[in-house]
Design a protein around this ligand. Structure first.
Ligand SMILES: Nc1ncnc2c1ncn2[C@@H]1O[C@H](COP(=O)(O)OP(=O)(O)OP(=O)(O)O)[C@@H](O)[C@H]1O
Ligand SMILES: [Mg+2]
Length: 352
């Protein structure tokens, strides 16, 4: 199961609209999809046609029960339509932050819940609230991919640095980085500011932006208040076309396994990447195994030593990489093996 968190702490940028319509379009493409509503506002629940209170259990009950297993995810999942299921939310979820205070591993509860259902679905799409708290962290620890919906305009990239920082915190605790892609929403092709924002976002995210943009389309607004995805409410609308295009792009994307590679004895295989840079602010490994995405796989500074390192589980194979040290690309001076590339040389490592 691919798990995608739709995340942005900025309010009203199109997260819920994206969750509902991407999920419905994926289901239309014969994928089995689970939507998880992690927002106490419960807009995804409402937008998928459920009236508030029309269901007994919510994601809140699952999170609180995680570890005790009195309640199974099956007791909470609601079938919305063919191929599309929902774990609903309601306002009680706003009590999660205080209720989970002091609970061990409280950021991994959703990941635990989803493990029990992953065999039944191709994709899981998580709607996040417009803030960074325990609910958003649960979504990030449960996902392998993130979509950041962004409105175009003067303040488009405001808050993006903070969001990327949050994702880095999560990445530093995992074996693989979350694949991040921004999605332009409420795009108005008639305005210059829309294209200027697009370029600015592309510059900031090094190209991690969906080719599909979602145009401003009033049918999307109407569909939500009607409690149905736009492909059902207005199948010929621009909104329906855009979200079908997005679903196709999501399906085409290369999926990176977030599972650590293990050999026959259960020993973890991989490489301990390390780099000596006592004065650096940030050191990352950028490689073919992380799609050459700058900043997505940071090394950790070993206190007081000047050494930066990180163990990365990797399967058998040959990998090319470089270090990115405060924005400068360098090869690994401790590794004599190199491979020629269009930009000069990369360090080369082989695992057998
Ligand atoms: N492409 C679009 N065209 C027109 N209206 C849109 C579009 N996308 C979203 N909207 C509308 O903008 C408003 C905010 O969208 P949405 O609820 O999806 O944002 P959100 O990020 O989930 O908000 P919150 O942060 O409150 O959860 C809604 O009224 C929605 O119908
Ligand atoms: Mg929302």
């Amino acid at each position: 199961m691919r798990t995608i968190a739709v995340i942005n702490q900025k309010g009203g940028c199109g997260k819920t609209t994206t969750v509902i319509n991407l999920a419905a379009c994926l289901a239309r493409k014969n994928k089995k999809v689970l939507v998880v509503d992690m927002d106490p506002q419960a807009h995804a629940t409402l937008g998928l046609g459920l009236g508030l209170g029309g269901y007994e259990n919510t994601v809140y009950d699952l999170l609180l029960d995680a570890g005790r297993k009195d309640l199974g995810a099956g007791d909470v999942i609601i079938e919305i339509s063919r191929g599309l299921d929902l774990i609903p939310s309601d306002v009680m979820l706003s009590a999660a932050e205080p209720a989970l205070l002091g609970r061990d591993h409280r950021e991994y509860l959703l990941a635990d819940v989803l493990k029990s259902v992953e065999k039944g679905y191709d994709l899981c799409i998580i709607d996040c609230p417009p803030n960074i708290g325990v609910l958003t962290f649960n979504a990030l620890f449960a996902c392998s991919e993130a979509i950041i919906p962004m409105e175009t305009g003067l303040f488009a990239i405001h808050g993006l640095a903070k969001l990327m920082e949050t994702i880095e915190i999560v990445n530093a605790k995992r074996s693989f980085a979350i694949t991040v892609n921004a999605l332009l929403t409420m795009f108005d092709r008639r305005t210059r500011i829309a294209y200027e924002s697009l370029h600015e976002i592309q510059k900031h995210l090094g190209g991690q932006v969906f080719t599909t943009v979602v145009n401003f389309n009033v049918r999307l607004k109407e569909a939500v208040s009607h409690g149905s995805p736009v492909i059902d409410y207005a199948p010929d609308s621009i909104g329906a076309r855009d979200y079908l295009d997005l679903a196709a792009e999501v399906v085409r994307m290369k999926v990176r396994k977030s599972v650590a590679a293990r050999d026959a004895e259960g020993q973890e295989k991989g490489v301990l990447f390390s780099f000596y840079a006592p004065h650096a602010e940030q050191v990352c490994v950028v490689a073919d195994f992380n799609d050459w995405q700058p900043g997505m796989t940071p090394l950790e500074h070993v206190d007081g030593s000047g050494v930066w390192q990180r163990f990365i589980p990797l399967k058998k194979g040959a990998y090319e990489y470089k270090f990115l040290v405060d924005g400068t690309w360098v090869t690994d001076s401790t590794n004599p093996k190199v491979a020629k590339s269009e930009f000069g040389e990369n360090s080369l490592i082989e695992i057998d």
